[in-house]
Design a protein around this ligand. Structure first.
Ligand code: HXC
Ligand code: NAP
Length: 293
């Protein structure tokens, strides 16, 4: 099986303009690359303009598409409004907002300062709110329809998770916002969906979630029933579908792409995976023996 195979037909996103926050690295860059290959114009935004400029050159050369780099800290509403204006000025209209930018690190919660907790909430929840509000108001004001907002959350948005509490709380808030606005702003011609990825190795995430030899100590592929981590193109395929017109009837949904990871942790008897096949005859006999008494 070729996990890097590209799913949608050529030109599936032709004519669309897509804003990807945090589009200069990791999963944001992977999704940006595929959107460009499918014919979209992409605006990539983050705090680091040098990085964004280099990625623009790299991806334009690689795909022949058009990239606009805009420096924007999603925590600052004025910078977000300026990013919306720059995107509209460059391309006339924006069709898709992909809220991908995030901040995160592992820590026992009692070690966090109030500012550390706020920093994560501000990037993830407030940043997603800022971009969503600014684009939403713009689209409503201009009476533009057929718009899509796609939010990247995590599976611990449903379950919560120890040691990443600010991120879990913020991602849960983003998921609630996704579902709420899917209903409220449908009348304005907007769709809202989310993707909950499992482990997809990126430098940004791995440096902060598995520093040093934690990468070896906690091999995340072992937590996944499919026994592997995600390939970036698999996520890009799903994201491209969800921002395309092919998904026009999907609204308010969160799609998990994690190889079954979070459910493995949830099912009460899932630990029986550890029972060797040859033990099952004996176990069955023991259970049947009890029933007949
Ligand atoms: C405790 C910490 C800390 C740490 C920072 N702080 N790192 N506290 N442990 N490891 C504290 C600081 O002391 C400060 O509080 C406050 O947090 C803000 O830190 P700054 O460095 O000033 O913030 P800033 O420059 O804005 O950087 C934000 C950041 C940084 C989140 C801390 O890591 C960053 O830029 N991250 C962006 C990329 C990222 O995180 N990518 C991973 C996404 S992965 P005080 O009180 O001292 O002022 C992801 C995956 C989910 O989301 C699921 C995977 C399976
Ligand atoms: P990443 O490369 O660190 O991506 C985070 C991006 O956000 C960076 O490009 C960063 O750019 C940008 N960013 C951070 N703070 C910002 C701010 N204040 N304003 C604007 N941009 C900001 O990590 P990733 O793994 O690709 O993560 C991408 C998304 O996937 C995140 O939403 C993450 O929560 C989610 N996710 C990842 C995984 C995984 O396994 N990798 C699993 C589940 C969910 P600058 O530093 O230049 O600002």
């Amino acid at each position: 099986m070729d996990l890097k195979a590209k799913m949608l037909r050529d030109d599936a996103l032709k004519g669309k303009t897509i804003v990807v926050t945090g589009g200069g690295s990791g999963l944001g860059k992977a999704m940006t690359t595929y959107f460009l290959e499918l014919g979209a114009n992409v605006v990539i935004t983050s705090r680091n303009m040098e990085k964004l400029k280099a990625v623009k050159t790299e991806l334009e050369d690689q795909t022949g598409g058009t990239v606009l780099s805009v420096q924007c800290d999603v925590r600052n509403y004025e910078e977000v409004e300026a990013m919306v204006a720059a995107s509209v000025e460059a391309f006339g209209t924006v069709d898709v907002l992909l809220n991908n930018a995030a901040g995160n690190f592992i820590s026992p919660t009692e070690r966090l300062s109030a500012n550390a907790f706020d920093t994560i909430i501000d990037i993830v929840l407030k940043g997603t709110k800022n971009c969503t509000l600014a684009f939403g108001k713009h689209w409503i004001d201009k009476k533009e329809k057929n718009k899509v907002v796609l939010n990247i959350v995590t599976t611990y948005a449903f379950t919560g998770s120890a040691y990443v509490v600010p991120s879990a709380a913020a991602k849960a808030g983003v998921l609630a916002m996704t579902r709420s606005l899917a209903v409220e702003w449908a009348k304005y011609g907007m769709r809202f969906n989310a993707i909950a990825p499992g482990p997809f190795p990126t430098k940004g995430a791995w440096d902060r979630l598995l520093p040093g030899d934690l990468k070896e100590k906690f091999d995340l592929s072992k937590k996944v029933p499919l026994k592997r981590v995600g390939e970036h193109q698999e996520l890009a395929n799903l994201a491209a579908y969800l921002v395309s017109d092919f998904s026009a009837y999907i609204n308010g949904e969160v799609i998990t792409i994690d190889g079954g990871e979070w459910l493995k942790g949830a099912g009460q008897m899932n630990m029986l995976e550890e029972i060797p096949q040859e033990m099952w005859d004996m176990l069955e006999a023991m259970i049947r023996a009890k029933k007949s008494k």
